[in-house]
Design a protein around this ligand. Structure first.
Ligand code: C2E
Ligand code: MG
Ligand code: MG
Ligand code: MG
Length: 275
């Protein structure tokens, strides 16, 4: 029987392999086109100040409306971008869109709060990134103080001298720096200590079980304690319930982000939230 099914299996595997390589390639070229022709979208999600519930910051989150597949999750297409070497270009396209949006809102008399932009490992390892940010800021007459950058622990794993000088240069321009998804990645506290970070974002995997899960409580408390000791502000991600906010706020967490307040939304909807 092995002989009987062998060739069939082989043929099937081979066919699948070829067609998935083909569809991967098609996806890659569609993504490349989308990046180059400014077809990627950026949605915004508010980050709320717990003391008075005003919108403190908005996070820019990339979106892609694929011509055939429709809206694709960033998790999916960032993976494609990464393996195709498109991450720096994708990040640059997001930055340009953010600056464009910021300028348009400024001109229309509906100014945006600080915009928080996610940076990839590829960007953080690019010595030309600070120049790009500076060039975009002057092109759109946008003060770098209007920007915050978020890096995950995994995005800052590369060569420390490069990472440090790129992030320091962004902060020297006037932008703020936050650690994203804190507690989920590979990172040493000494690496964090040597970076000009002012905020950490508690990953939503530690927020979802609050206030009942004892492990989530212990982790959230220790992150809040660490942040207090280091003089950092804390954002809780993935806040979906009033009780998440209440528990965290009572323990010194100042900022909140999650579906409880708003999902990531197109700029026009974000402007309505800001009013
Ligand atoms: P992130 O930076 O941690 O962004 C937060 C993610 O959590 C977003 O997913 C957001 O939609 C989701 N989220 C927010 N509040 C809640 C909530 O209450 N519950 C749940 N279940 N989820 C919530 P999204 O937009 O799918 O982005 C996923 C990840 O993709 C981001 O995680 C970030 O790591 C990456 N990403 C998105 N845009 C960019 C970008 O422009 N550049 C780079 N390098 N990465 C990006
Ligand atoms: Mg983020
Ligand atoms: Mg995050
Ligand atoms: Mg996350």
């Amino acid at each position: 029987t092995a002989k009987a099914i062998g060739p069939a299996n082989f043929a099937l595997f081979n066919h699948d392999h070829q067609s998935s390589a083909r569809s991967r390639f098609r996806l890659e070229s569609a993504l490349r086109t989308a990046i180059e022709s400014n077809q990627l979208d950026v949605f915004y999600q508010p980050i709320i100040d717990g003391s008075d519930h005003h919108i403190d910051t908005i996070e820019a989150l990339v979106r892609w409306n694929h011509p055939e597949n429709g809206w694709m999750s960033p998790i999916e297409f960032l993976d494609v971008a990464r393996s195709a070497g498109l991450m720096y270009g994708l990040g640059a396209a997001v930055l340009r869109r953010v600056c464009e949006d910021w300028r348009r809102c400024q001109d229309e008399g509906t100014p945006l709060p600080v915009v928080s932009v996610n940076l990839s490992a590829e960007q953080v390892l690019a010595p030309r990134l600070p120049e790009l940010v500076q060039a975009l800021c002057s092109e759109y007459a946008m003060p770098p103080q209007a920007l915050q950058f978020e890096v995950t622990e995994d995005a800052i794993q590369g060569d420390m001298d490069t990472v440090q000088s790129v992030l320091q240069a962004l902060v020297d321009l006037g932008a703020r720096l936050a650690i994203d998804d804190f507690g989920t990645g590979y990172s040493s506290l000494s690496r964090l200590k040597s970076l000009p970070v002012t905020r950490i974002k508690i990953d939503r995997s530690f927020v979802s079980g609050l206030p009942y899960d004892p492990d989530d409580r212990a982790i959230a408390l220790s992150i809040l304690g660490l942040a207090r000791g280091l003089g950092l502000t804390v954002v809780a991600e993935g806040v979906e319930l009033q009780e998440h906010e209440t528990w965290l706020h009572e323990r010194g967490c100042n900022y909140f982000q999650g579906y409880f307040y708003s999902r990531p939304v197109p700029l026009e909807d974000c402007l309505k939230l800001l009013q």
